[in-house]
Design a protein. Structure first.
Length: 429
């Protein structure tokens, strides 16, 4: 099977790495890819929203299956584009159409969906510039802290937790009037703050059946101790010990089943991943948000735990045959530490030489913001690499990851030294 993975980050490198190991994979292409994907497949100079270019390439190279990594092409309708064309509709795709992608593309839609299908979530109200005064007044009746979310896509950064009323009002005005997140914040959700422990649950569905992939906990803040600005993710671990069988049973009954059944009842033919951001509040799950693709850096710790054939899994999801697929998950732990450019998530320089990659032979280094130039690997983004460690337990996995991190360097390199340490210290139970 010829397989095309769309995207250029750590998520796509991990998916391509796992896909390339399958006997059912003839060739794997990555568009546009990075310096790491170049080592396991063929990079294609196409951007993820160039639907015409992707279509032409897919026909010319007899692509059998497309795996869509990031959310943008899904929200923009790549599945709809392929399904509307007789010459393309035979190409299988993992990823929902525009209708299903609204779960991530609009926080307002996803919140309404949760409420309609009795899925536990925080109370919220939505405001625009037209009724901003009502929003400011509403804030006065809210308990602090309070969460403000941009309705649209904001690269994982459109969420602000305001600690007091003054900050909340200034944030609402900044989002709506000053367009802090562009058109993504033309609507803003004011949402109840949930006090609990966050985790990510991943589901793959073919529109009828579903499988639950390994869960993960990621670390979003730039600073140690979860301080500073939000990022796309500074690290992740899987499994998560507080997501025990009892909790995951609640997640399945109260969240996963009503989500999949809700999509079916609304006539949305959803074939792809559903990434559910959850809050564990005293043992009960509450949905923070939906994403319509795998997470990054969670993919880097989830996918390596799958021991069954991942191409069979993706093909079954794309063709409505998931009921025949037997997911197998290893008992090992995987920890990932993200290495970023100095200045991230603010402004940062690119083109720094990365040293030490050849010295790491015992674990996987996943590329994201990298490029190959004159036989040298250079930084090409904010989040540059994810270094993975594997072990029988979290302590061993973290030691493996951080040992490998010590072999790597470039000018301005930064990483958090406390990934997973909260769990080890038993502050999370």
């Amino acid at each position: 099977m010829n397989i095309l993975v769309l995207g250029s980050g750590g998520r796509e490198h991990t998916l391509a790495w796992k896909i390339s190991q399958s006997f059912n994979c003839t060739e794997v292409f990555i568009a546009p890819g990075n310096a790491g994907t170049e080592l396991i497949g063929e990079n294609v100079d196409l951007q993820v929203n160039d639907f015409e270019g992707i279509a032409n390439f897919s026909v010319e190279n007899e692509i059998d299956l497309i795996v869509v990594g990031p959310e943008d092409p899904l929200v923009n309708g790549i599945r709809d584009y392929f399904e509307a064309d007789e010459s393309l509709k035979h190409i299988k795709m993992v990823g929902p159409g525009k209708a299903g992608a609204r779960l991530e593309g609009s926080k307002d839609f996803s919140k309404s969906f949760m409420q309609k299908h009795s899925i536990p979530t925080a109370a919220s109200k939505t405001f625009t510039t037209e009724n901003i005064d009502e929003g400011l007044t509403y804030l006065e009746s809210c308990d602090m802290p309070i969460v403000l979310k941009a309705d649209g896509l904001a690269a994982g950064k459109g969420v602000v937790i305001a600690q007091n009323l003054e900050e909340a009002k200034e944030t609402l005005k900044s989002m709506l009037i000053d367009k802090q997140f562009g058109e993504a914040s033309s609507k803003v959700l004011i949402e109840q703050f949930l006090d609990g422990i966050e985790l990510s649950v991943f589901v793959l569905t073919d529109g009828k059946d579903y499988i639950v992939l390994p869960e993960a906990k990621d670390y979003k803040r730039i600073g140690e101790g979860d301080t500073g600005l939000n990022t796309g993710g500074m690290g992740a671990v899987s499994p998560v010990k507080f997501a025990d069988a009892a909790f995951m049973s609640k997640v399945e009954e109260q969240v996963i089943k009503p989500t999949v059944n809700g999509l079916k009842s609304e006539g949305i033919d959803y074939k792809g991943f559903i990434f559910i951001g959850l809050m564990n509040v005293s043992g009960d799950p509450y949905v923070i948000e939906y994403n319509v693709r795998m997470g990054d850096p969670e993919t880097q710790v989830v996918i390596p735990r799958i021991t069954s054939d991942v191409v069979d899994m993706l093909d079954a999801a794309a063709t409505g045959q998931l009921h025949d697929y037997q997911l197998e998950i290893g008992s090992h732990t995987v920890a990932g530490v993200v290495l970023v450019s100095g200045g991230y998530p603010g402004s940062y320089e690119k083109g720094k030489s990365i040293h030490g990659l050849a010295d790491i032979t015992t674990t996987l280094v996943v590329h994201a913001g990298t490029k190959q130039e004159d036989y040298e690997t250079l930084t090409n983004g904010g989040r540059v690499l994810t270094v993975l460690g594997r072990g029988d337990d979290l302590d061993t996995a973290l030691k493996s990851a951080y040992s490998a991190v010590n072999s790597l360097s470039w000018e301005g390199m930064y990483y958090r030294k406390d990934i997973g340490k909260d769990i080890l210290a038993a502050r999370i139970v």
